[in-house]
Write a protein that binds this ligand. Structure first.
Ligand code: PLP
Length: 453
């Protein structure tokens, strides 16, 4: 890597001249320039100016085993030398996706034993959308093709991912979504619960919105409901305990498939291998990506339940769908090593029994009382801090989102990477965080809040 031959200013000029960034206002970027992250180790990333930053986002919800794991580089290297690429099309495959599919099936909730690989969460959701519609067509019900999703859901950036998602800004630029997808209210008690409404009742009301949408379309027209167990990009919105069991009951009652998008929550984030277990849901599909390789390689896996897989095998006929890199041998070799490390180090159990509860305590004790904070919440190592102008009324600063961006920028100045979405600060650190790392994060976040006040 020869970036050392360039000054930061030069790199920023080259970046502005040639590199279009995802989810970025390029006018802003041109004016302000990018921070260049140049290396990383354990829970820290380092920028070109030598600043050490504690990575509270695990990259983008993905680097669960932390940075600098040579075993993953070694696994990629060995696989590249032996067989860098071959496809899984046309009744052919390679050993690593085969063995990875078996491994994922072993870790997955019961009844999800088949896996379809892609390179991103968006691709996996695209596959899931097409697969559930294909399933109902094979079952002789092609008109049962409507999908119910939620406002503010994030399911990716492809046309299908954006259409499944419920982000208004993204829909505004889409110029026509995939048809037959409707969006219902999200289970976000902090903003949507009514005065005096209990968490339980709010969860039941949010679940009822799913049933209303099913009844409005007619159950014979509804293929599936899709949801993130915890809405991630939308602001770590953790549903009340009543929500998922009720959604599941409703889906079963109307024979509507239940699709979980665990691109963020899959592989340990909530203290179980899958958040389906955390929330007691038995879905028909689970979309995963990110932490499957801890972000060291792009890879996604759609877990498919026995009902759908059984129909595919029984009825036959080609599923006209696939990607050149479905089951890429190098990405799969890295994923196998990543899962091996997670198991060996007991990272999921550690989040469940120790660091998850300690993280919740840190947020509650150190951050929750701050005058700018309206609520803290977390599950496993996934947390949110609501920034408000008035703690009592929960009134936000204007313009919406400005205060959170200020907190984010102060946090980076304090050596702490967090994300701001609307007025919500988000945390999703690597699962290797210890109690000490959590304490360090608490100190830095508290200082950032003080500076923003
Ligand atoms: N689904 C969820 C829940 C996500 O959070 C994301 C990305 O953040 C995606 C899907 C899309 O994944 P990708 O960016 O790998 O396409």
């Amino acid at each position: 890597m020869t970036y050392q031959n360039y000054s930061l200013k030069q790199l920023q000029q080259i970046d502005a001249a040639h590199h279009l960034h995802p989810f970025t206002d390029h006018k802003d970027l041109r004016a302000a320039g990018s921070r260049m992250i140049v290396r990383a180790d354990g829970p820290f990333v380092y920028d070109s100016e030598g600043n050490e930053i504690l990575d509270g986002m695990a990259g983008l919800w993905c680097v669960n085993i932390g940075y600098g794991r040579n075993e993953l580089a070694e696994a990629a290297y060995q696989q590249m030398k032996e067989l860098p690429y071959y496809n899984s099309f046309f009744r052919c495959t390679t050993p690593t996706p085969t063995l990875l599919a078996k491994k994922i099936a072993e870790l997955a909730p019961k009844g999800l034993s088949q896996v379809f690989f892609g390179s991103s969460g968006s691709e996996a959701n695209d596959t899931a959308l097409r697969l559930v519609r294909h399933f109902w067509a094979l079952e002789g019900k092609p008109e049962k093709n409507r999908i119910i999703s939620r406002k503010m859901a994030y399911h990716g950036s492809t046309v299908a991912g954006t259409s499944l998602g419920g982000m208004e800004g993204m829909h505004g630029q889409l110029g026509g979504a995939v048809p037959n997808i409707v969006h219902v209210m999200m289970p976000y008690a902090f903003e949507l619960s009514l005065p005096g409404e209990s968490d339980h009742d709010f969860g039941m009301r949010a679940a009822r919105a799913v049933e209303d949408a099913i009844l409005e379309a007619g159950p014979d027209k509804v293929a599936a409901f899709i949801g993130e167990p915890v809405m991630g990009a939308g602001g770590v919105k953790i549903p009340p305990a009543s929500y998922w069991p009720e959604v599941q009951r409703i889906c079963r009652k109307h024979d509507v498939l239940l699709m979980l998008d665990e691109v963020i929550t899959g592989y340990g984030r909530t203290g179980h291998w899958f958040a389906a277990e955390t929330f007691g849901v038995e879905p028909d599909t689970i979309t995963t990506a990110k932490a499957l390789t801890s972000g060291y390689q792009p890879l996604s896996a759609l877990l498919v339940g026995d009902r759908i897989a059984g129909t595919l095998q029984e009825k036959g006929g080609e599923f006209y769908h696939g990607y050149t890199y479905s089951g890429h041998p190098v990405a799969c070799a890295v994923a196998l090593k990543n899962l091996e490390i997670m198991e060996k180090e007991g990272l999921v159990e550690r989040v469940r029994d120790d660091t998850g509860p300690y993280f919740a305590e840190m947020l509650r004790e150190r951050i929750g009382g701050h005058p700018l904070v309206g609520e803290v919440r977390s599950v496993g190592l996934m947390g949110a801090i609501e920034i408000v102008g008035d703690k009592r009324t929960r009134e936000r600063f204007q313009p919406v989102g400005s205060a959170a961006v200020l907190v984010r920028d102060h946090a980076i100045g304090q050596g702490m990477m967090m994300r701001a979405t609307g007025d919500t600060m988000i945390l999703s650190p690597p699962l290797i965080w210890t109690r000490q790392t959590i304490d360090l994060a608490g100190e830095r976040i508290a200082r950032a809040l003080d500076l923003a006040e």
